[in-house]
Design a protein. Structure first.
Length: 81
C-alpha cells in the first residue's frame, strides 16, 4: 500500500493486492490506514515516509537529467566534425 497523491480532500491511497489494485481516499492519516475493499492495513507513518522519499527522489532525478542534456549537446557537436 502507498500514498499516490495528496489532494485537498485528503490522501489518495493505492492498495496493491495480489490480483487487484484498489484506490481510495482518506481524509486524515490516522495511526493506520485500512483498505475499504480488501481490508488490508498499513501503518500511516510508513506510508508517509515512503511518499516523502519518492517525491524527493523525483526532484533529484530531474536535476540530474538537466546536467546530462548539457553534456549531450557538446558530444553531438564533436561527433559531427
Ligand atoms: Zn485493497
Amino acid at each position: 500500500m502507498q500514498i499516490d497523491d495528496k489532494i485537498t480532500e485528503g490522501y489518495v491511497i493505492l492498495c496493491h493486492n495480489k490480483t487487484e489494485e484498489h484506490v481510495f481516499i482518506v481524509r486524515t492519516l490516522g495511526p493506520a490506514v485500512e483498505c475499504p475493499k480488501c481490508g488490508s492495513t498499513a501503518l500511516s507513518g510508513d506510508l508517509a515516509t515512503d511518499f516523502v522519499r519518492r517525491k524527493r527522489n523525483g526532484r533529484n532525478g530531474a536535476n540530474g537529467a538537466n546536467g546530462a542534456n548539457g553534456a549531450n549537446g557538446q558530444d553531438r557537436t564533436a561527433a559531427s566534425s
